[in-house]
Design a protein around this ligand. Structure first.
Ligand code: KG4
Ligand code: ZN
Length: 339
């Protein structure tokens, strides 16, 4: 296929983002307007506030993405947009904007699954990367191990049964008084702590399952902090951060390595906000090396919510001959592989 330019829009949570991507791999612009400062005041994302802020930002963000890419609307081949999973009001802002553009320009609309977007960030970072590979998607809302069999063909091998990994980071950080978003703060503080200081539990399912559960370790941290406060003992926050992080990273790594073994795959890509975590990266590399498994991760700007990853996923959908109708609706609980 010749050169295809996609304008992509992402608004599923608290980032309003637009990007221009060529052939799914080359990013001409990647503009992200973050609402973190506003949500920090509330200790987490407030859905109604998120929708309103997306409405305020979207036009400027799309305009900036086009200007930075030096591409006009007429030169765009298709418009890619996240339509799920995510916050319904937030998704609708980006989706309605994209539909309006597609209709007025008479260009194809390509609805993209946000998780598929996270996975596709790896196609931007690693220009030669092709399936099959195993992808660990770890973000504030999702925790999945996916066997990427082909472009657009996914098998979910394991997922969280309760909290997402990033959610656990955020809740533990809040209990430690570190602020929101907690992941990067715990990552940093843990470097000064002893990861073996406190033994926090790892969820173990007795059924061969590669699912995750992070609410147990989160509650264990909260109970530990309560107990310390009741007995008047001083808490070493760095030790708590390091020990909690070890519990999370151990189980993520174990399940990824088991997936590779079961599927006979030697390549792992990670994705999502938590993929920026330094301990997770280091541990995956260490365990991967022992088994001859290559570990790939995108640059932090492609790990966090962004629209370039949506533009990449949209391109491969387009290559598969897929596009969406203008009656496409937001799907807050959209599953991976569902159309
Ligand atoms: O992918 P993302 O930007 O948004 C969602 O789709 O959720 O992920 C945000 C999540 C937050 O929970 C944040 O605390 C976490 O990713 N995160 C991290 C790190 N950087 C971001 N968690 C652990 N270590 C990090 N370095
Ligand atoms: Zn995300």
């Amino acid at each position: 296929m010749d050169k295809k330019i996609i304008l992509a829009i992402e608004s599923s949570c608290d980032e309003t983002a637009a990007a221009v991507v060529v052939n799914g791999r080359e990013v001409l612009s990647n503009v992200i307007s973050s609402q973190i400062d506003i949500h920090t005041k509330f200790g987490g994302v407030v859905p109604e506030v998120a929708s309103r802020k997306h409405i305020e930002a979207i036009n400027a963000v799309v305009t900036e993405a086009l200007e930075e890419a030096k591409v006009s609307l007429e030169e765009i081949d298709a418009i890619g947009v996240t339509y799920g999973p995510g916050l319904v009001g937030a998704l609708l802002v980006g989706l309605q904007y994209a539909k309006g553009l597609a209709y007025s320009l008479n260009k194809p609309l390509i609805g993209v699954n946000h998780i598929e977007g996270h996975i596709s960030a790896n196609f931007i970072e690693h220009k030669e990367l092709k399936p099959p590979f195993v992808c660990l998607v770890v973000s504030g809302g999702h925790t999945f191990i996916v066997h990427v069999k082909d472009f657009g063909e996914y098998e979910v091998i394991g997922q969280t049964r309760d909290d997402a990994a990033g959610e656990a980071y955020d809740k533990v950080a809040r209990a430690l008084g570190l602020g929101y978003p907690g992941g990067p703060k715990i990552d940093k503080l843990a470097k000064e702590g002893n990861e073996n200081a406190i033994k926090f539990p790892r969820a173990n399912f007795h059924d061969d399952s590669l699912d995750f559960s992070f609410s147990g370790v989160k509650s264990a941290v909260l109970n530990y902090l309560n107990k310390m406060s009741m007995t008047g003992e001083e808490v070493n926050k760095a030790d708590v951060a390091a020990s909690f992080q070890k519990a999370v990273v151990d189980v993520l790594t174990d399940n990824v390595m088991l997936t590779c073994k079961r599927k006979s795959v030697k390549r792992v890509a990670i994705a999502g906000g938590v993929a920026s975590n330094s301990a997770l990266r280091a541990n995956l590399i260490k365990e991967g090396k022992k088994r001859g498994i290559e570990i790939l991760f995108p640059a932090p700007i492609l790990c966090t919510d962004n629209a370039a990853m949506i533009g990449s996923a949209a391109y491969f959908e387009m290559l598969n001959g897929l596009s969406s109708n203008l009656d496409l609706n937001a799907k807050p609980n959209l599953k991976l592989g569902e159309r």
